[in-house]
Design a protein around this ligand. Structure first.
Ligand code: 5GP
Ligand code: MN
Length: 317
């Protein structure tokens, strides 16, 4: 348990901040929120933030250009991991977990067993940004830090829609709005606005989707050659699984995209009846009850068949 961030920062002069591979809004928001909070209130701490290639929609966050993609072989006083549920998902900064004098992890994944010396894991929280907010002194949060934290909350709650959104989430969002952030632009530009190519691939995926298990499961998939045709990469696939899920009567949405020969990244969303974290964990992945993912080998047909076996069983329970 961590009571407040100040207790973790005592005597620290160098810190490594890191998220997870393929960073999403909550990951970027929590890492940058921490970085900006330190910059404002702890100028004596030299902090480095490690993030894999950050999607362009998050480039408005202050100092995002300072994020490092390559590991700098430094001995840090403190390693701070955000939104990362297992060591294998830390990426290049995973080294710091072994070499830093002190390690701490702040997260909200139910599958996180506590990978650091000090852990603050709150599975009921909407987002890692919400968990982090509770550890900060509200009056020390400046506008730039508020923008980063608000972005993370917006993305992990699907703009305050998902059931992980609590009354406390809304209170925190209100406190962050009070810092003078342009919340309309954050929601519109980072969450809803898509490039033309992204809209095209989403449209095509929905057009070619298939309904299984008595119309209770929808499946969409994108092959590498389709991504090449539209000039898109995996980070452009955000939101497709959610749009598939927005189909009346559907309990589970499955979205696959090809990341190698006969290899697919799987994203799943559940409307409540099916625990997709259980399905993903079985195939070596993880996540939340209603949103989870994994990587699987085989053809689209093989992958879908394997996934629907347990989904069908759960629908009958
Ligand atoms: P998404 O479908 O948006 O990529 O991920 C949904 C949730 O599942 C996120 O909380 C993410 O952290 C988790 N997730 C996705 N893929 C994997 C994976 O391969 N391994 C683990 N452990 N979690 C994953
Ligand atoms: Mn998160």
């Amino acid at each position: 348990m961590i009571n407040n961030i100040a207790s973790v920062l005592e005597g620290v002069t160098t810190a490594a901040i890191a998220g997870h591979v393929r960073p999403d809004g909550d990951c970027v928001g929590s890492c940058m929120g921490m970085y900006l909070y330190l910059k404002e209130n702890y100028p004596q701490i030299q902090a480095d933030v490690y993030l894999e290639e950050v999607p362009e929609v998050f480039h408005f966050i202050q100092d995002i250009d300072k994020a490092k993609q390559e590991w700098e072989d430094k001995a840090y006083d403190l390693f701070l991991g955000f939104d990362v549920s297992s060591i294998d998902r830390i990426g290049v900064a995973g080294r710091a977990l072994e070499t830093a004098k002190m390690t701490a992890c702040i997260d909200h994944h139910i599958t996180n067993k506590g990978l650091a010396q000090k852990n603050q894991i709150v599975p009921d929280a909407s987002s890692t940004c919400e968990v982090l907010y509770e550890l900060l002194e509200p009056e020390k949060i400046n506008k730039a830090c508020a923008e980063a934290l608000y972005t993370g909350i917006v993305h992990d709650t699907g703009v305050f829609q998902y059931s992980c959104t609590g009354t406390r989430t809304m209170e925190i969002a209100g406190q962050l709005m009070a810092k003078g952030i342009d919340f309309t632009s954050i929601i519109k530009d980072s969450f809803y606005t898509k490039s033309y190519a992204q809209n095209q691939i989403m449209g095509r995926t929905i057009m070619e989707s298939i309904m299984l298990l008595n119309q209770r499961c929808i499946v969409g998939y994108v092959r590498q050659k389709d991504m090449d045709f539209y000039g898109v990469t995996p980070k452009d696939m955000d939101g497709i699984v959610n749009q598939l899920q927005n189909t009346r009567g559907v309990e589970v949405a499955i979205f696959l995209y090809e990341i190698g020969v006969q290899e697919y990244k799987v994203s799943m969303r559940s409307n409540g009846k099916v625990d997709v974290a259980r399905v993903a964990s079985y195939f070596g992945g993880g996540g939340h009850v209603k949103a989870a993912g994994c990587t699987m080998q085989g053809s689209v047909f093989d992958v879908v068949n394997s996934l629907t076996l347990d989904i069908e069983r759960q629908l009958q329970e």
